[in-house]
Design a protein around this ligand. Sequence first.
Ligand SMILES: Cc1cc2nc3c(=O)[nH]c(=O)nc-3n(C[C@H](O)[C@H](O)[C@H](O)COP(=O)(O)OP(=O)(O)OC[C@H]3O[C@@H](n4cnc5c(N)ncnc54)[C@H](O)[C@@H]3O)c2cc1C
Length: 434
Amino acid sequence: MTVIGGGIAGLCAAIAARRGGAVVRLLEAAPRPLRGGNARHGRNFRLTHETPLDYVPDRYTAEELRAELRSVTGDDTDRALTELLIERAHSIAGWLIDHGVHLQPPGTGVMPYSRRTAFPLGGGKAMINALYASAERLGIAINYDSEVRSILRSEGGGWTINVRSAGADDPIRTRSVVVCAGGAGADPAWLRANFGSTAEGWMVRGTPYADGRLLDLLIGAGGCAIGDPTTCHVVPVDARGPQFDGGIVTRITSIPLGLVVDRSGARIDVAGAGSQPTHYAKWGPRIADCPGQLAYLLLDTRGLARAAPSALAPITAPSLGELAATLAIDPAALLQNIDDFNAAPANAARTIAVPPFFAYPMRPGLTFVHYGIKVDATMRVVQADGRRHDDLFAAGMIMAANVLRRGYLAGLGITLSAVFGQIAGEEAARHVRG
Ligand SMILES: Cc1cc2nc3c(=O)[nH]c(=O)nc-3n(C[C@H](O)[C@H](O)[C@H](O)COP(=O)(O)OP(=O)(O)OC[C@H]3O[C@@H](n4cnc5c(N)ncnc54)[C@H](O)[C@@H]3O)c2cc1C
């Protein structure tokens, strides 16, 4: 059998299928150094536990996860899949540990306290490397630089996968396919088609290889689309970062410590954004609405001193007038708006008053789109007419919209992709073993 995509979902699918007795090939579009999809950027993943464990304090129950999921999705979710996710959120950490992943003890390093999530030691990249090592040990064949261009039903059963590798097309026959190619979104043309011309000012925080081609192929072949291709999770990122794959380090985290203006110098606010970790998700869409999809976070010396270190140093100037000139903002408008802000700041420390002054240019950074392919509880792809192939599966972000059609819970993406990847692998192995 063949797994398409070597992110966390594909790795979990491949390992589970191999352990289930299948002969497995994993096709990954990226070169080896960029393998692993977006979990490379991940910090933590959600898990339930009744007691403190070596890697997570306190307790976080299935009931709590169910309630939090409900607060995000309401009734607009696939209940059977949601229950599967909740059930396996209990065992996912143990499964990852069994396959070589090390988790950080709570309260160590620079990670925040969290009873809902565990942090892989060494970050997402170390977790991915451990899973690849496990896959190799189990005898899974791994092909890098192998981009799947089409999947066609073979005469006599199974599938023919057309793979582009080293500039040549290579057909592969296989009895069963698990598609774990990530969500849509890393394709600028796709983003423009669904979000309009404003998407031209966006950056994509994750891998450029999850470009939605496989999702389009599945839908084009009669698969049932699910979710909304015009809703997504966007957060403010440093506009000077890379267009793709900036990960978490280009995220701008210190908005509550300063003032945000657009490129005309006008103040921008987001009602209710506050300083909770969820404020990013509120600021992303707001910046997407700004002219040129560009905004600036302004800080004074005290604000910067309280801010977390950033990947790219802020733009700095000794006076606000010089900062305005550097940012090409009308100085009169900027100074007036800063005066107004300083006259009624949220608290004294947030005035922009003590030089030197700093600015971070910000753009919307796309994390994922709430759109994908419909699957059943065995991860088999559901066709628009309700039928399903018994040998075609999908797992991970490509089907996340079955559970999550809006919003986000921190750490859910990795858990969801790992859990549904595992299930897809188990089911595919069961199918090929007959
Ligand atoms: C910056 C960032 C930070 C994040 N942080 C967290 C976090 O801390 N915690 C959390 O839970 N979630 C986080 N997420 C979300 C999480 O990373 C994803 O939900 C999860 O990694 C998705 O895994 P996946 O395997 O389904 O898809 P992906 O990670 O997108 O992997 C898809 C894989 O398929 C390959 N592929 C695509 N097309 C083809 C093709 N045609 N042929 C062959 N291969 C193909 C790609 O190269 C890629 O390796 C973050 C996401 C981003 C972008």
